[in-house]
Write a protein that binds this ligand. Sequence first.
Ligand code: NAP
Length: 437
Amino acid sequence: MRHFAVVGSGPGGFYTAEALNKAYGDAARIDVIDRYPVPYGLVRFGVAPDHQSLKAVSKRYDAVADSPGVDFIGNVCVGRDVSTSELLDFYDAVVLAIGAPHDRKLGIPGEDLPGVIGSAAFVGWYNGHPEFADLAPPLSGSHAAVIGNGNVALDCARILAKTRGELEGGDIVNHALDALESGSVRTITILGRRGPLQISMTPKELGELGHLEAATPVVDSADFPPPEADEALEPGQRKSVTILREFAAKGPDESKPRRIVFDFFARPVAIEGDGKAERILVERTRLDERGGAAGTGETYSVPASLIITSIGYSTPPLEDVPYDERGGKFLNQDGKISDRLYCVGWARRGPTGTIGTNRPDGYEVAARIESEMPPGSESDRPGAEGLKALLASRDVMPTDYDDWRKIEATEASRARPGSPREKFVRVEDWLKVLGRA
Ligand code: NAP
């Protein structure tokens, strides 16, 4: 028998568990460990609440968790309750699938002023992440800004722009729904340090901005090179750029009260305000010969009392695990960190790619483990039995998938009409459902 630990129950973790389970069958036990009693990681806490179809993938993860060789061990934080080296004593292989939940910093003056919020925190707030339940983003001003030109920036801008009616059928938590409804944000500026052809927004997500009830996209056609330039783009990117060109050609719909303004060639240089964010000082850029953003020296201010930085994420370092500071992920070679220690997903590759990208990633690392420890080979490591004994000695009470099912059913039972669930946003509330708080 082999024992494997997968740390993290987001897409990277579940695809790896699925692949290991397929490869080993009943010759291995796989424990998926999560710091919370609730699974799915990014699918629960990252995917936008108005994109429910993307969350349907969790059904596949449920099937993995229900497999006889797979167990879920929730409410156990690796790095706090148990160390990676202790896990390596109990398990034949440990796969770190902890994602990249930390916001990267801009590194400009004023970034720490109240009102400046990283996208991980903002997304976590509206998705019911317990760490951000008390974030209270300032929504009483008329102007907000989102820094970055990726899909997460789009998610943040869209959630700010949507009406209650557009949001309430999803699983946005009530505290965010109420705060957004009573907020006054009317102009959301999306700042990109490069141009419209350099965005990393995908066509479906970008196209949604053209169909919002109360908000209209504002794009300046003067920002575009001649249309022939699009021919060099790969097809998906070309589609996105075509959508932006269409927004520019059509002009804003003046009947809509909210505006999502694309401000390209705009590099933030400072955030200013009297004790709180009031504006971003921006330097106009142009593309240099390598496609990077070169400053022109021209500066101007963009008003914003809420500023969301959406410029990428990093994986938190773990004691004794080699870390790539620059890449914000674990140092690894094709998913292998060191003897019997592996990583998958954003912790392996950095924060890029969709949920589906994690499938081949998890399968590849599982295949590597399989080649190093062929099914049928044995070890005398204790697996979950050893881990649980250690946890008990530290008064840590793990949860299992049946516990999650209870939480899931309770969250579904308290949902507003039309919404799939009303998430609990505090760890103690999850534990209360289980009669443990
Ligand atoms: P991303 O796609 O890498 O975008 C990061 C953006 O931040 C880029 O526009 C980048 O500009 C900009 N940026 C980086 N450093 C900056 C700085 N110092 N100043 C100004 N701008 C800066 O990352 P993401 O939006 O966080 O998304 C992460 C991954 O999740 C992506 O693969 C994304 O597609 C995926 N995702 C998918 C969906 C979906 O499918 N619906 C939804 C959300 C996220 P440069 O290009 O100039 O570096």
